[in-house]
Design a protein around this ligand. Sequence first.
Ligand code: NAD
Ligand code: UFG
Length: 344
Amino acid sequence: MHVLVTGGAGYIGSHTCLELLNAGHQVTVVDNLSNSSEESLQRVSTLTGKEIAFFRIDLLDQLGLDAVFRDNQFDAVIHFAALKAVGESVAKPLAYYQNNITGTVNLCDATQRHHVSHFVFSSSATVYGIPRSLPLTETSATPMEEVTNPYGRSKLMLEYILKDWQASQPQTNVALLRYFNPVGAHESGQIGEDPNGIPNNLLPYISQVAVGKLERVGVFGCDYETPDGTGVRDYIHVVDLARGHVLALDKLAENPGVVTYNLGTGNGYSVLEIVAAFERACGKKIPFTFLDRRPGDIAVCYADPSLAKTELGWVAERGIDEMCTDGWRWQSQNPSGYTTIAGS
Ligand code: NAD
Ligand code: UFG
């Protein structure tokens, strides 16, 4: 297939481009580089020995987007492009709704006008709000009032928008992929997560402590109802997540309409277990301090990934030690992310 990947220069997008190319697909990327570097795509090309067509375009630029669709015959769209910082979304809700919702509506419009029938969307476990029971299945409740920030609400709203769109266009097929907590990096150490400024998420924070850029990890809360009192999440290796997208495209080729899948491992790890796993991976002590709970955080979240296994033939193959080892390889070889100069 010829696949348009929006946000393809970003963390999950770049890993997915690599898996798509290795699976024999042709890849075109649209990205405005607001949170990424074109260097990631150059490295994917080097790793795969295959070209990626790249267009630096913002999804809010309807004419630019239309030109990319006009000049290419895509078979499918994988839509990663979004703003994703939870705290920033609280401070700048309109920027988040404009970028994530208007950007997606523009993309659907172009997809429809150019008769592209397969669409994969990056959703999130955040749509489940506060879990009523665990593990979370695709039929678990997704109550809007429990999603605690504009970023998360943009994902839940977009799930509804995409379902409404598909209902009006039965020839269109949509996969809503609900990611749990993507971490790690490609085993080459050449591509990985390169956050701007101080990381919001646990794993990039820990790896920047390990590499000496940050002093100590602040652990948000030690009094949750979990075995060690710290928050529990379902961490998933980004390469397993990327493979899930390739399999989702195969599923859409069966014309299923709308399908929704959890992409997680089914295992929960606490913050302290992750700190310990990262210490094993990097061979260093990771200093940490307990802080207050972070507003909006839940205690425990993990997936039932069995539907993706049954319907996509997908299982997460990489465990927590591989996630930390691969994440550390990327961080230690690229201490300043994609701006690192070789050998520095
Ligand atoms: P990322 O920031 O690394 O990648 C997103 C990419 O989209 C970036 O390259 C950015 O430059 C681009 N982009 C943003 N707005 C754009 C616009 N208007 N036009 C064109 N390009 C634009 O983030 P990521 O971690 O790779 O996340 C990819 C997707 O997965 C996002 O939709 C995110 O919400 C979703 N997701 C991420 C996580 C996570 O923890 N990383 C969890 C659940 C869901
Ligand atoms: N945590 C810390 N210290 C930190 C960062 C995080 O203790 O510096 C804790 C959090 O309290 C939580 C766990 O580590 O218990 C994981 O936190 P992350 O910020 O890494 O991830 P979240 O589960 O909060 O959210 C992430 C993404 C969301 C996405 C969600 C999907 O940030 O966008 O996973 O499940 F929706």
